[in-house]
Design a protein around this ligand. Structure first.
Ligand code: SIN
Length: 303
């Protein structure tokens, strides 16, 4: 039966919320919306955290996809120590020393200071971090040390719900498709960055629908910053289908939340199960951030 207005998003959200959630014992978790985002308190991330506490943080991330901790005075060593607890290796970003980013001598930290001189800021468009890599970032940890008087939120969208809310025939159509994710699309077109002489930015092919390796759930894995073409379709068809899917992610406010920053908050997100958009609505005020990200060697997005 079809209705004038779709109801798939409502049933998808209801199913998402029907999943059992056990209470937490070592942390407090306050959900920020019915679909994505939570605030965690009762933990100081600058020191060693116990295994039971880390396991609960991991579970809170699986359930909420983006979790923010307030008032965390982390130096880079503590930031990286926490990131390493998620397993795998720390990501070395192609742009870590590019124009407009802090020329931090540390390739494992993507640092930026957006201010009155800036002509772009990191992540000002819907994306999943570095989906152009063959083994894209799995978890990102962003520490924001300076915030504007108002604004500078990061918006998150739940990519499981983006998939779940599609109709069954459309899900079946997407099932066998793969798409190109191109670093030049995000970084040259977006930031005016150029790869080092003789080098080019990563380009990878990933399925349009992937299965999350931790939860076993399917999610939509295309984003407007990096995804350029669905390989099995003509260009006209690909542009139309990608346009539809990008609009679906961008316009479904019910699958989104806006994370409000306070100085020294640390935000951790599941970079496969979400897309995010750093809202640059505070120009010419300043906002400073440092991101450390985790890749799991050998773990590629797959059906
Ligand atoms: C990013 O990592 O994409 C930037 C997010 C932000 O600055 O809020």
């Amino acid at each position: 039966m079809s209705f004038y207005r779709d109801f798939n998003d409502k049933t998808a959200i209801a199913a998402w919320n029907a999943a059992p959630r056990k209470p937490f014992e070592t942390i407090e978790v306050k959900r920020l919306s019915p679909t994505v985002g939570a605030e965690i308190s009762g933990v100081d991330l600058s020191g060693e955290i116990s295994e039971p506490q880390f396991e609960e943080i991991r579970r809170a991330l699986d359930e909420n996809l983006a979790v923010i901790f307030r008032d965390q005075n982390l130096d880079r060593a503590a930031h990286k120590r926490l990131a390493k607890k998620f397993g795998g290796a720390l990501h070395r970003h192609e742009l870590a020393a590019s124009r407009g980013f802090d020329a931090a001598p540390d390739a494992e930290v993507l640092a930026w200071r957006t201010g009155p001189e800036s002509r772009f800021t990191a992540g000002d468009g819907w994306h999943a971090d570095v989906s152009c890599d063959a083994e894209p970032i799995f978890v990102s940890l962003l520490h924001v040390t300076r915030t504007p008087p108002t604004g500078g939120d990061t918006a998150f969208a739940n990519a499981y719900l983006a998939y779940d809310s599609l109709s069954e025939p459309f899900k079946a159509f997407l099932e066998g498709l793969t798409a190109i994710h191109d670093g030049a699309e995000g970084w040259s077109a977006g930031y005016g960055a150029k790869p080092a002489d003789g080098k080019s930015y990563p380009i990878s092919e990933h399925p349009v629908v992937i299965t999350h390796p931790r939860t076993g759930r399917k999610l939509l894995y295309v984003n407007p910053s990096f995804t350029t073409k669905i390989l099995q379709l003509t260009k006209t068809e690909s542009d139309a289908v990608l346009g539809l899917l990008f609009r679906h992610i961008e316009s479904q406010i019910a699958f989104q939340t806006r994370i409000r920053w306070t100085p020294n908050a640390l935000l951790i997100w599941d970079n496969w199960a979400t897309q995010h958009h750093a809202v640059w609505d505070y120009y010419p005020e300043a906002r400073w951030g440092e991101r450390v990200s985790v890749v799991i060697p050998g773990q590629k997005p797959s059906r």
